[in-house]
Design a binder for this molecule. Structure first.
Ligand SMILES: [Zn+2]
Length: 354
């Protein structure tokens, strides 16, 4: 990490306070910040579907193995979006043990609760779209994702090859997690070491030992790779669309490390929504299509995001804050594609400097 970042909380303070007060009142009026019974039922259905596709993928026939392993990867993404993400933000349950147990699903799908907490909860949520501080916009030298990053000759092709990188991204996350762990200096407590090791043991059992024991090794390997491709594409057809588009800000701090904006308004200006009215996205993505609400209230469960989004948009209109919402998922997908194409083709620094 580079120099410490601070925010000028006085700028846009009135807008932030207006949105915050109205949103907090809305959350209190609608049963508090945690998941409700409907969300619990959705979680159970997702786990049942995962078990079904997991079992169905343990077959020797090539095509069913490919299809169900790919679907298993998608379901792993579904668990991440709808269960793990909320639990890791402590917005699933008022009970810490339940949140920690459900956040452990990160380890079961090949990530790590410990790393997720650092990279997502701390770095990404504290400094979205700030180059050098948000890991989600730092995949140099392979991709140029932010205007302040150096452009290399091969970036002019990145809007094509990025999909290949997205397909292997969950495997890369897994490998990086293991690499970081064995490098040492993780800062983990003894308990965190234990949880990490149990997580990796269960991951190996579910996706390596059982398939390789039951199936021919070629089919087991094929299934393993298809699963990770399914997971990688699922993650990347959702997460980057909110932050890596043409219509959001990529603020640059001044020499003292100050971003000249209120942190909460920074969160809105660096984040785009998509498909706000889509019931399908609401059911599938755990609120990640309404990430402005998520970034403004990261410790509030997704069930409130639609209502909170209306409050954010009203506040933005009232105070002249730039806010971007794509009507459909496709609009956000295309904007991400164009953003990456522009980043690869032009040196123009489009960053909104602080
Ligand atoms: Zn989050």
């Amino acid at each position: 990490m580079e120099k410490e970042i601070t925010f000028n909380h006085l700028r846009n303070a009135e807008a932030a306070s207006y949105i915050k007060k109205r949103g907090d009142a809305y959350i209190a009026l609608n049963g508090g910040r945690f998941a409700n019974t409907q969300a619990h039922i959705k979680s159970i259905i997702i786990v049942i579907l995962f078990v079904y596709v997991y079992k169905s993928g343990l077959v020797s026939a090539v095509w069913p193995a490919i299809i169900f392993s790919f679907l298993r990867g998608i379901m792993m993404g579904g668990i991440g979006f709808n269960i793990m993400h909320a639990a890791a933000h402590r917005s699933y349950s008022p009970y810490s043990l339940i949140n920690k147990t459900l956040a452990f699903t990160a380890d079961l799908v090949g990530w790590s609760m410990f790393q997720w907490n650092i990279v997502h909860n701390q770095e990404h949520h504290s400094y979205p779209n700030i180059d050098g501080h948000d890991n989600d916009v730092n995949n140099e030298p392979f991709l140029r994702q932010s205007p302040s990053q150096k452009r290399r000759w091969f970036h002019k092709y990145q809007h094509w090859y990025m999909y290949a990188l997205y397909a292997i991204s969950s495997l890369v996350i897994l490998v990086n997690d293991i690499r970081r762990y064995f490098k040492g200096n993780t800062g983990m407590t003894q308990r965190e070491h234990f949880v990490w090791l149990i997580g990796k043991a269960l991951y190996c059992l579910l996706y390596l030992f059982i398939p390789f024991y039951l199936l021919e090794w070629k089919i087991a390997l094929l299934g393993f790779l298809c699963m990770h491709v399914g997971l990688g594409l699922t993650l990347n057809f959702v997460f980057p669309l909110a932050h890596l588009s043409e219509d959001v800000a990529y603020p640059v701090p001044d020499e003292s490390g100050v971003i000249d904006n209120n942190n909460r308004i920074h969160q809105i200006e660096t984040t785009a929504n998509f498909g706000a009215d889509s019931i399908i996205l609401e059911l599938a993505l755990g609120g990640l299509h309404l990430q402005q609400s998520h970034h403004f209230w990261p410790h509030v469960h997704e069930r409130h995001y639609r209502g909170l989004n209306k409050i954010i948009q009203e506040g933005c209109t009232l105070y002249g804050i730039k806010s971007k919402s794509y009507k459909y998922w496709g609009g956000a997908f295309l904007s991400h594609y164009r953003h990456m194409r522009n980043m690869g083709r032009s040196d123009a620094n489009l960053a909104i400097a602080a």
